[in-house]
Write a protein that binds this ligand. Structure first.
Ligand code: SAM
Length: 185
């Protein structure tokens, strides 16, 4: 029995270029591209977190476009992936949707190395061994702020060589992380 794994794409709070906390706007590509990765790797839910109702409405329009709109008719394989998308206004709402913060393991991601890193190998083994649900947090803009990183149970090791160029898109980072954690052996 392996753990349920969900993904959250966070638009608030996130870091701005100057290091302050801000709110980013939804990127169309993030919604369906990460949904496709999530579906591919058996992720249970893809939470898009945004506090602004108009931005959540935009996510719903994107979902509609790929499920029942012209693109959904043209490329029907996208629909099942978009079924995973759940748009909520906060991380607290995501925790509640997953049964409460105490019942889940929250693992954050960042390009910047930090302390208390969880290796992908250990994380993969933990998913296979323990039943407690896992929520993977991915940021937007300039990444997840300290407040979010500190609230997580662990921070996954950065992907790539953090010492040199390390500017993956969140879509690429999510796909790589899911493959390392969930690909069949
Ligand atoms: N400089 C930011 C940082 O340190 O995370 C990069 C932000 S990137 C545009 C948005 C998100 O993609 C990050 O919050 C993280 O979730 C993910 N990400 C980007 N590069 C990553 C890496 N090398 N390792 C792990 N996650 C990464």
């Amino acid at each position: 029995m392996s753990a349920r794994v969900a993904v959250a794409l966070v638009h608030h709070p996130v870091l701005a270029r100057d290091g302050s906390e801000t709110t980013s706007t939804v990127t169309n590509l993030d919604v369906h591209d990460i949904a496709r990765s999530a579906k591919t790797y058996g992720v249970s839910d893809y939470f898009v977190v945004h506090p602004v109702p108009a931005q959540r409405a935009l996510v719903q329009r994107i979902i509609g476009h790929w499920k029942t709109g012209s693109s959904g008719e043209r490329i029907p394989t996208r629909g099942p992936a978009l079924d995973l998308v759940r748009c909520l206004d906060s991380l607290d709402a995501v925790y509640a949707a997953m049964g409460g913060r105490a019942s889940i393991r929250v693992w954050a991601t960042a390009a910047r190395p930090s302390e208390s890193l969880l290796s992908f190998a250990a994380a993969r083994e933990s998913i296979a061994r323990d039943d407690a649900s896992v929520l993977l947090l991915f940021g937007t803009s300039w990444g997840l702020p300290r407040t979010v990183l500190d609230s997580a149970n662990a921070i996954l090791e950065p992907i790539g060589n953090a010492a040199e160029y390390n500017h993956l898109s969140v879509r690429a980072a999510c796909a790589i992380a899911l493959d390392r954690l969930l690909r069949s052996a």
